[in-house]
Design a protein around this ligand. Sequence first.
Ligand code: IMP
Ligand code: MG
Length: 173
Amino acid sequence: MEVLIAADAIAGRVAEVARDLRRDAGPETPVHLVAVLKGAFMFLGDLMRAMDGPVTCDFIALSSYGAGSTSSGEVRLLKDLDTGLEGRDVVIVEDIVDTGLTLSYLQDILRARAPKSLRTACLLSKPSRRQVDVPVEYIGFSIEDRFVVGYGLDFQERHRHLPHIAAIGGEAG
Ligand code: IMP
Ligand code: MG
């Protein structure tokens, strides 16, 4: 496996994203982070630790149908949030935006719960793979079209524990 993004580079960028989130929210505004399980758990942990001011979090789990390494476009809700979003400043925390189908679905269902604001932070983006034009206000790193693991991301549930982002094989697919 080839290391694409080293652990210290991730830490530096995550701190910048945390600072941008707080700057945009305002110093005293409670920010509610909604992390997408399982891939975003490490990003959420580091992002939250790097944020000043009031922050809370909740978790949601989604699944794409199909067992391949690419999204089939069908998404279902596996685990819902514990609390409502009405009137809150919500930030979706996701590991990676690939086709955008998962995020687009998630934004639709969360927007229907009437948050005061809804923004999205993704650690990684593969812009060349996008199928829907989904808004992502905060992107850690844009990467080429390769299947990546580590820092929460898996291939068949493996490699989530790696402290860096690594690429498996050649082109994703
Ligand atoms: P999308 O719906 O195509 O944007 O897919 C997004 C989801 O697919 C992410 O939340 C990941 O769970 C998964 N995914 C996409 N690309 C990768 C990758 O390179 N490594 C690991 N998971 C990925
Ligand atoms: Mg995911």
